[in-house]
Design a protein around this ligand. Structure first.
Ligand code: ZN
Length: 387
């Protein structure tokens, strides 16, 4: 297919007025700034590959599914739905509001019970008012954005919080784009094609879901590393020193917050460790651990003197997001996000981002770590095959 066909199938390219409607005027400006920065990174990465052009398209879709498509000739396209960006901005404002209230002493630290090792034997649903953030919305773009806006209005305006949310949205755009870019540059689609044709160069133990999962983790690893690198390299342009340092500290706190939030946002239906043992994505805590290791590797290589500060601020960003998710989960149980009061148990847990399962996760982290490395080892063969 050519670019126009691929974009049409994905819902069409979002126009500026639609971006503004979905993200607010300030969010539109933040979006264009983040898109330009990641666009330059795409161009730099693509120059090192056999790809000709990679088009970066934000589509009208309200879904959560990003994608990468190969086009006729040597081109490719990365498709990011506008709906994902709108969700991340609203969710970041909402979570940050919980954090702000806690810092102001108006909200206790809520440690919700439950562990990612708990078995779930009852039905799960997304609390009705949170469907625009975590679920699929049927019923047209206009009604989707109206529902999202209604949710967003519950978070009082605040200049710091609003700017924070737009910054986090830009970080999510960068991360998701670089994740999709890795699928293209690492030729994961060629590997899948060879696997489907039972090519003997794909080892039997990787065939099927493990290949897909290893590809996803490989894309996560690369995106984590490159998002941090790109963010740190962007600091070079900031003057004076004081402003640069302030931005560095913001990045080191907000990037982990954004990653935690994003893995939680994509985790709406599977709530235990075991639900992730099969399937293309690891448990969100494993995704976060892998994200953390590889973004930290970027700090070590570019700004080793800040590695300690990065670890400290990173912990704070991660935990603030987790505690905010817990507070939100508590509000789901008390019916703040809709539903009949006697039946809100079905909205719990909001996310599997719970640390009650660290021991069960360790061996799984190691397994996923090995898996992506095995897939990455096949990439040179896939590149040669694609030429
Ligand atoms: Zn992917």
């Amino acid at each position: 297919m050519d670019l126009d066909e691929v974009v049409a199938v994905a819902g069409g390219a979002a126009e500026e007025a639609e971006v503004e409607r979905a993200l607010t005027p300030a969010g539109r400006d933040g979006f264009f700034a983040a898109r330009d920065a990641v666009g330059a990174a795409i161009a730099a990465v693509v120059r090192m590959t056999a790809l000709d052009n990679v088009f970066h398209v934000v589509t009208r879709s309200t879904s959560m599914h990003c994608g990468a498509r190969r086009l006729n000739g040597g081109d490719a396209a990365i498709l990011i739905p506008l709906g994902v960006l709108a969700r991340t901005r609203v969710l970041a404002r909402l979570l940050r509001c919980y954090t702000d209230r806690r810092y102001a002493g108006r909200e206790p630290v809520i440690n919700m019970m439950g562990s990612a090792m708990d078995e779930r034997t009852y039905p799960f649903e997304i609390a009705p008012d949170l469907v625009p953030l975590f679920g699929e919305h049927d019923g047209g773009d206009e009604s989707y954005y109206n529902a999202l806006e209604a949710l967003d209005r519950r978070t009082p305006p605040d200049p710091y919080r609003d700017a924070f949310a737009i910054d986090v949205m830009g970080m999510c755009l960068t991360y998701l784009t670089l994740h999709e870019l890795t699928h293209l540059t690492a030729r994961h689609d060629t590997l899948s094609k060879l696997d489907r044709a039972a090519d003997p160069r794909i080892p039997a133990h990787l065939s099927g879901v493990p290949l897909r999962r290893g590809s996803e983790v490989h894309a996560d690893v690369t995106a984590a590393n490159h998002t941090m690198m790109l963010s740190l390299l962007g600091l070079e342009d900031i003057q004076p020193n004081r402003a640069r340092k302030r931005r560095l500290h913001e990045l080191l706190y907000r990037l982990p917050f954004a990653a935690t939030m994003l893995f939680g946002m994509y985790d709406a239906h599977r709530k235990t460790v075991y639900d992730y043992d099969e399937g293309p994505y690891p448990h969100p805590i494993i995704r976060y651990e892998i994200w953390n290791a590889w973004s930290h590797a970027a700090v070590e290589s570019i700004r080793p003197s800040t590695a300690k500060t990065a670890a400290k601020l990173g912990d704070a960003g991660f935990w603030d997001c987790i505690v905010a998710y817990n507070a939100m989960e508590f509000d789901c149980m008390t019916g703040q996000y809709g539903g009949t009061p006697q039946d809100t148990g079905r909205y719990f847990p909001l996310t599997a981002l719970k640390y009650g399962a660290a021991s069960a996760l360790q061996s799984r982290i190691e397994a996923d770590d090995l898996l992506w490395q095995q897939v990455a080892a096949l990439v040179p063969m896939a590149e040669a095959e694609s030429r």
